[in-house]
Design a protein around this ligand. Sequence first.
Ligand code: SAM
Length: 388
Amino acid sequence: MSYSPLPPPSQEALVHSQRLVNQLILAIKQSGGALPFTEFMTQALYTPGLGYYSAGLRKFGAKGDFITAPEISPLFSQGIAKQCQPFLTAFEQSVILEFGAGSGIMAAEILKELERLNCLPHQYLILEVSAELRQRQQTTLQTQIPKLFNRIHWLDRLPSQPISGAILANEVLDAMPIHRFRLDAETVSEFQVSYQEDRFVWQESPTTNQSLRIAVESLRHQLPVGYISEINLALPAWLQSVADSLLAGLVLLIDYGFPSREYYHPQRSHGTLMCHYQHYAHDDPLILVGLQDITAHVNFTAVAEAAMAAGLSVAGYTNQANFLLACGLIELLSTLDQNNMPYYLQQTQAVKTLILPSEMGELFKVMALTRNWDKPLLGFASDERIKL
Ligand SMILES: C[S@@+](CC[C@H](N)C(=O)[O-])C[C@H]1O[C@@H](n2cnc3c(N)ncnc32)[C@H](O)[C@@H]1O
């Protein structure tokens, strides 16, 4: 099979991928010939030992498939630390809980900055679904902050006792499996995946999933017939579990996405499903199975609605540039040692990547959800809030 113009995978990677393909073929057979795409995405990303996030691929950084903000510059995580600060000093035994900590670099930089600010959390908890990434996070954190390592604990599930402090998730929502649908004249079709002639192929049929049908029908008035997009039906349950884990404090969600009216804009008629493979972005999740990231943008209106239904308040919503600038990104840059010119210039470039509208500044959004908290938030102090 040719993946042109994508770089060809190594022989070893192909063997690895084939093991996951075999497992998916079996799953397709067992479900009568087609698997809902959400199930395909779950297995492609999270099958233990084989899925993209669960196996030992490089993923993050220049030698991986994509680069995330904490990998670009420590200043990003320092800004987040400053946003967390009041939530750590307000409570005794305050806790930070991070979802999907990637390489562990954000946790390391946040803890370094909080130590400098003299407001370390009592514990830093990490909930990571990938055993391989958990291992990598442990190595990063043990190497970078050995003295703080005993504060960090990895969880298999959300804590049984709600915490006070801050819950963080950077680029986690976009990695959650979604349902892919098409709005037809009389019905809602769901995209499924079947296997024919040695390849995975799309198969669409009227959905039997009532939640999907009801959610998409509610958009019919604003969308043309034939419109294809995605929806994250797991969001309300996820936010309810997050809300139940927070006694008081902040939930900070950072990701690429839009409010609903832009997400389901009539012109965005093929959705936001994207794959990342060795820094190439493309839209075919049915190839390079287990070797590429599969993502969908986040519908922040849906996040806000689910959060409010779960008992959280929407305390802020802005883009990444506004948020980081309000958290003092430029001041943080100016404190760097300008005698180390190569590093200073590199960080200046990194700041541009984080805030320029043509880079991450506008597409990436930051949403703050709070519980039992009525003070204003540092990162949302500017008037540059965007409408949900
Ligand atoms: C795109 S990576 C982002 C990693 C990291 N936060 C960063 O910014 O570099 C997505 C991460 O979310 C994790 N993940 C996905 N769904 C999750 C869930 N429901 N709970 C916890 N982690 C999850 C993945 O295993 C992975 O670590």
